[in-house]
Design a protein around this ligand. Structure first.
Ligand SMILES: NC(=O)c1ccc[n+]([C@@H]2O[C@H](COP(=O)([O-])OP(=O)(O)OC[C@H]3O[C@@H](n4cnc5c(N)ncnc54)[C@H](OP(=O)(O)O)[C@@H]3O)[C@@H](O)[C@H]2O)c1
Length: 284
């Protein structure tokens, strides 16, 4: 079913490339069924065409008539003008997939014919290597079949979770911004380890493998982080000493505050984007 679909990316930036790369590698869809477009950067279209064997077409020359899935992959500020340019010619069975951060499905639904199917997608940057934690939230008119189709499509860039749209902000606080928290933690680990004089490249590999191993233990053993932590903490041992210092120095609170602040900022940005769009006719 998915293999016969034609998909067009409106936007040829880093997010479009991450998704295209995952889809092409997964072979779930032939590369010839994927079109990518932008308004002006011809060089970028040629580059994507050469790298992935897909078709690059300038926006003015793109006909969406035979496209099944239209992916909104431009910056949020460019979305409204783009939607206006093709909204009148949409067919009822064409699905709109939006990766626009902060733009709700109801906002998009107001810009397209009534009943049009819309799904909002929030991938994270690990989609570059097929390891994204991606959330999807369907709009008001999306069929169960199309939700399954999109889940299958997005599994090519990682794991997919369907969540209620009002939980997108907390999802952003955990998974959208989450990779950066781990990078920060790993950065601090690197700095401390380097004081030992151990080779920097080896230190980086050791830390990355430690994080990968801990994450895989949770995924593969189906055990909670709390139980795993207790299992590795012997009374009066090294881990107990390390954890005590972590807790005593506000480690737990720092993490919860990071998530709360990122989610709050996500909500503020969404409100601002949609307010600007309603106030001026332009999103962003
Ligand atoms: N990067 C991330 O980690 C991430 C994560 C989650 C969600 N997102 C979302 O993904 C979207 C894209 O982000 P990005 O980082 O890939 O942006 P980007 O690198 O700036 O790319 C935006 C692309 O959109 C094109 N464009 C603009 N208006 C267009 C139109 N009307 N029709 C067709 N193409 C158009 C631009 O090219 P021209 O100027 O030549 O048209 C450019 O190729 C954003 O909405 C962002 O919120 C990104």
């Amino acid at each position: 079913m998915l293999g016969k679909k034609k998909i067009a990316f409106l936007g040829a930036g880093s997010m479009a490339e991450a998704m295209i790369s995952g889809i092409v590698q997964s072979k779930k869809l032939p590369a010839k069924n994927i079109i990518v477009t932008n308004r002006s950067n011809n060089h970028r279209l040629k580059e994507l065409q050469r790298k992935y064997g897909i078709t690059g077409v300038k926006r003015d020359n793109l006909d969406l008539i035979n496209v099944d899935i239209i992916v909104l992959a431009m910056k949020p500020k460019d979305a409204e003008t783009s939607l206006q340019s093709f909204s009148d010619s949409l067919k009822p069975n064409q699905l709109i997939l939006s990766v626009l951060a902060g733009i709700s499905t109801s906002f998009i639904e107001k810009k397209v014919p009534f009943g049009q199917q819309v799904i909002r997608v929030m991938p994270n940057t690990s989609s570059m290597i097929g390891e994204s934690a991606t959330a999807i939230s369907p709009g008001n008119h999306t069929s169960v079949q199309n939700i399954s189709l999109v889940q299958e499509l997005l599994q090519s860039i990682g794991e997919v979770y369907e969540i209620p749209e009002e939980k997108m902000d907390i999802f952003t606080g955990i998974a959208g911004s989450g990779p950066a928290y781990f990078y920060y933690l790993m950065e601090q680990m690197e700095k401390e380890a380097q004081k030992s004089g151990l080779n920097s490249l080896i230190i980086r590999k050791i830390i990355a493998q430690t994080v990968v191993g801990a994450a895989k233990m949770i995924q593969e053993q189906d055990t909670s982080p709390e139980v795993l932590r207790e299992n590795v903490t012997s009374p009066n041992g090294t881990t107990a000493a390390g954890l005590e210092a972590l807790k005593g120095n506000g480690g737990g609170k720092a993490i919860t505050e990071a998530i709360k602040h990122a989610a709050k900022r996500s909500k503020e940005i969404s409100l601002q984007l949609e307010k600007n769009a309603l106030g001026t006719g332009v999103i962003g």
